[in-house]
Design a protein around this ligand. Structure first.
Ligand SMILES: [Cu+2]
Length: 141
């Protein structure tokens, strides 16, 4: 399949084919000092990309995790990226893939927001506000 140079260049600078992120939220930890979890939905663009990391200024360290179910036992493990198919939607959501935020700023309170930045292997970063949700909350209301 032929791809023109112009199309390639258009894809490299925030063109229309880039992925879009929305509905970001962070579930605050029930106990201060425990990790928080961040969730977001990503609509794939013209080409498949890989979410390689998530940056949160208010957290010292962030890991991408996937959740596995072995019978009734749920566990999670770090992954080095999450695939976002072209034209598809990937939801980081409770019970599935998520980002784990370590050493989150304890001043963050439910009802506020914090900035998160999604980093991709070959798409521009996306920065958006994540709603802060109380421990045990199921999503932003
Ligand atoms: Cu986790």
């Amino acid at each position: 399949m032929a791809v023109s140079l112009a199309a390639l260049l258009a894809g490299c600078g925030g063109g229309r084919g880039d992925p879009v992120a929305h509905d970001a939220w962070v579930r605050l930890p029930a106990v201060a000092g425990r990790p928080a979890a961040a969730y977001v939905s990503i609509d794939g663009g013209r080409e498949a990309v890989r979410l390689t990391s998530l940056r949160v200024a208010a957290a010292r360290r962030v890991e991408l995790h996937e959740t596995m179910k072995d019978g009734a036992v749920m566990s999670m493990r770090p992954v080095d990226g999450i695939d976002v198919p072209a034209g598809g939607t990937v939801a980081l959501a409770p019970g599935g893939a998520h980002a784990m935020l370590f050493d989150l700023d304890p001043a963050l309170k439910p009802g506020g927001t914090t900035k998160v930045t999604l980093m991709f292997d070959h798409a521009p970063p996306i920065e958006l506000d994540a709603a802060l949700v109380a421990p045990g909350g199921t999503g932003p209301e």
